[in-house]
Structure formats: C-alpha cells, structure tokens
Write a new protein. Structure first.
Length: 457
C-alpha cells in the first residue's frame, strides 16, 4: 500500500524521539440491550437488534507528565450528569483530572436515548427500566475506556494533515421562493432558491504511530449529521464503515476515532436529486467516500512537534431563549401526545418540549463548557456542548492561532441547538428548538478563541 510506505518512510526529526509523547488507546462496547429506546426522533421506538456495535473510544495522551484524554462515544448526545460521573470515575481510577478529559458524542441517530429529566423521558415502564439501567452503567463504561487506554500508555509519534470532502455534506436550511427559510424542504422541491448557509468540507486527520512506524490511532473529524441509517437497529452510522475500512487498509489493531464537527445545520441530503438517501447502504457509501479522503490525506501527513500538552476550560452562562409563560399549559397538553409517530405536528412537539424545559429552569442560564486541548503549537481540539451551527465552528477555526484546530460538538454534555445570530430571525426547526438566546453561539466562539490564544502563547 503506497500511502502507508509514504507515512512510515518519512524522515523523523530528532524532536520526535521515542518517549517525548506517549499514547494509549482503548475501545469499550456500549451497545444497549434490545428494547432500549432509540434516539433521534420525536417518538419512542425500541431497539430490535444490532447492525454494528456502539463504542466508547479513548485516546490518552501524555507529555512530560501532563495528561489528557479524548473519548468519542457512539451516542446521539451525552447528558452533563453522565459526563460528570464518568470524569469522577476516571480521576479516581487514573489520577487524570476530570477537566482534562473531553467526552463527546458522535450524534448517531441509531443510538440510545439517554434520560435527561425532560418531558421526553415519559415512556412505557419496561422501556423506562431498560433506559434507567443503561444510563446508570454508562459512566463506568466510559471511564473503563480511559482506564484501559491509560494503562497502555507507550511512546508514540504524531502527524497531522487536512483533507477536503465537499460532495457529502449539505446545509439543510434553504431560502425559499416565499421568502421563508425551510428546513429539509424535500428533494427536488421547486420552491427552493439556494442554501441559507455553508458547509465545512475540511477533514482534519491526526495520525499516531509507535517509534517503529506501526499504526496506533487515527482521529477523524467531519461536520455532518449522523442521521443516515434509520430503522430500529443500533448502528454507529457512517463512522462504522470509516473505521472498518481504515482498519482493513491500515492495520486491524489501529483505533479509528471519529468526532462530529460543527454540524447543527448540516446533513447528507442532496435536494438536487430524487435518489433515496436512507439506510445502511447510504451510510456505507458515505463512510467509504470519507475513508477515501482520509487515505489520500495520509499521503500529506506532516510530523508535529508535541512540545507541550495543555488544557483549558471555561463554563459559559448562556441566556435562555424567550418564551411566553402563557403557552406552558398548551405545551404540556401537546407533550402528552409524545411517544407515537405523527401524534402531533412536528414543530408543535418541538416547541412544546422547549417551553416546558425553559419554564423548568426558572430563569437559570444554561451552563456550557468550552474546552480546549492543545498538543504543541500546531494542533488543538475544541469541545463545545451542543449542536453547533457550522458558521460558528468555522469562525473558531478562522480565528485560531493553531494550524490545525478541530472542533468537536456535543462534547461534555449538550445544551441543544446553538444557531448563529443570523439564523434566529430566519426561524425553522433548529431555531424553534434552541433553548439558548440569540448571541449564545457567538459567546461560545469568543470563549473558545480566547482559550486557544491563551494556550498558544
């Protein structure tokens, strides 16, 4: 395989001598049992089987005694209590401080629902019992992945490059002929004028190998929703094919870690064609195309100088979206219809759950953790807790002093959709759903850029 030789045969600078950086990898299965409620939609659907297992995949980094961990879970999202409990266990088991661990969800819509004390937790007794049991055991499994990776720390070298794949992703918000902004307005809809926003085609690739040139891990990030498969089988969606192919072509023991970029308003639906885009075949197509771009990017990898491993984080208080308290009773009646497909108009359900949750906060702002992990002066990861609009992720990258800045959304919890300020007056699903007020996304960008600049000094 030519691309593999290109990576291995590159001259290794003296500063990358074995021992300068250590890496540990591990994966722990987090596939729920049958009957577990599945995530992604506004009605209950219990899992009937497993297409491919779900995993918590961990990378633990160490440089000069400083450590940090990156964990990616095949889940639609993570609640803040699960993250906090996992961090406590990680610290107790490894000594690695919780704030130095980034735990993110890939946002697969064929993963489990995690109970979050919301109106949507109302479900049949059997399903509820399964869900409670799963959530109770999840922090330990996440912690186990870090504990195993920590125990396997060994000398490593790190390389990075950026690929580009612009044929897969599409902004799912469109300007329509009537002046409105439509959300997923349908294939070949004649009323579509043009997309209302961009995509982010960049595919950051971080590659780790041992001092002998053997593959250890590949970290891939891409800004596109994981809502490809559908159905009632658990699946990691397109990252499953991505990891499978890279493992076959590179090394079966190599761990492939995928995280979703800022993709709150980006998915895989091409409205210019009537071709169906749902199911495992479509997920496999996307994963194959993305794997192809990673393979090409391997040939452009350049060594990084891991001079230091640093972490910063900050809790940003996001103001709540406005709502009319008089709508609370109506919202409760609408929410009571939840659990069955098409029981109420979709946006009515979305709005109802939003009103109920906002009312329950009694004016308390949303706590959003912004986390940055940097390795040397060229590479940094940014964790943001929500479904972040692509424009916000791009703003962070453009302002970052690091050559490679990777934005992972749905990290360390979730505050729901975070649109950019421009999107609020345009409306549509993401804005109707957003619990945070206009300007919240820009607050996250400001905090992330500030932390990035602090770490780059």
């Amino acid at each position: 395989m030519r691309w593999r030789r290109l990576v291995i045969e590159c001259t290794v600078p003296a500063f990358l001598a074995a021992g300068d950086l250590r890496l540990g990898t591990a994966a722990v299965k987090i596939t729920p049992p049958p009957g577990m409620p599945m995530a992604g939609y506004y009605y209950h659907r219990g899992a009937e089987g497993v297409h491919d297992d779900l995993w918590a995949k961990a990378l633990v980094l160490e440089k000069d005694g400083a450590k940090a961990a990156l964990v990616a879970c095949d889940l639609a999202s993570l609640s803040r209590p699960v993250v906090e409990e996992a961090r406590k266990l990680i610290q107790a088991q490894t000594g690695l401080a919780g704030e130095r661990v980034m735990i993110s969800a890939t946002h697969t819509h064929t993963g489990p629902v995690l109970l979050g004390r919301t109106a949507r937790d109302d479900m049949a007794a059997t399903m509820l019992a399964i869900a409670k049991s799963y959530v109770a055991g999840l922090p330990a499994k996440i912690a186990e992945s870090v504990q195993l990776a920590h125990a396997r720390l060994a000398p490593a070298r790190v390389w990075a490059a950026s690929g580009r794949e612009d044929s897969l992703a599409f902004n799912r918000r469109y300007f329509m002929k009537d002046g409105s902004v439509g959300w997923n307005p349908g294939k070949l809809n004649p009323n579509i004028v043009r997309p209302a926003g961009p995509i982010d085609p960049v595919v950051p690739v971080v590659y780790f190998e041992d001092p002998q040139g053997r593959p250890l891990a590949t970290y891939v990030n891409y800004a596109m929703h994981l809502d490809t498969v559908g159905g009632q089988q658990f699946s990691a969606d397109y990252p499953y094919t991505l990891a499978t192919l890279l493992g076959k072509l590179k090394a079966p023991e190599m761990l492939t870690v995928f995280t979703i970029g800022a993709a709150g308003n980006v998915n895989h639906i091409d409205v210019s064609t009537k071709k169906p885009q749902k199911g495992h075949d479509e997920a496999a197509r996307i994963g194959t195309v993305l794997a192809g771009e990673v393979l090409k990017t391997y040939t452009r990898l350049g060594p990084l100088e891991p001079t230091a491993l640093n972490v910063r984080h900050e809790i940003v208080k996001l103001p709540l979206a406005e709502f009319n308290p008089e709508d609370l009773e109506k919202a409760r009646k609408t929410a009571a219809l939840y659990g069955k497909p098409n029981a109420a108009p979709f946006l009515d359900l979305v709005r109802a759950f939003k009103v109920i949750e906002l009312a329950g906060r009694n004016g308390q702002p949303l706590d959003a953790e912004v986390q940055v992990i940097s390795l040397g002066h060229e590479l940094a990861w940014v964790g943001l807790p929500g479904e972040i609009f692509v424009e916000l992720g791009q703003a962070i990258k453009q302002a970052s002093p690091f050559r490679y800045t990777i934005v992972a959304e749905l990290a360390n919890g979730s505050v729901g959709y975070v649109p950019n300020r421009k999107a609020y007056p345009e409306g549509a699903y993401e804005v109707v759903s957003a619990r945070c007020a206009p300007g919240s996304g820009e607050m996250l960008v400001e905090a992330a850029v500030r932390l990035l600049r602090e770490l780059h000094k």
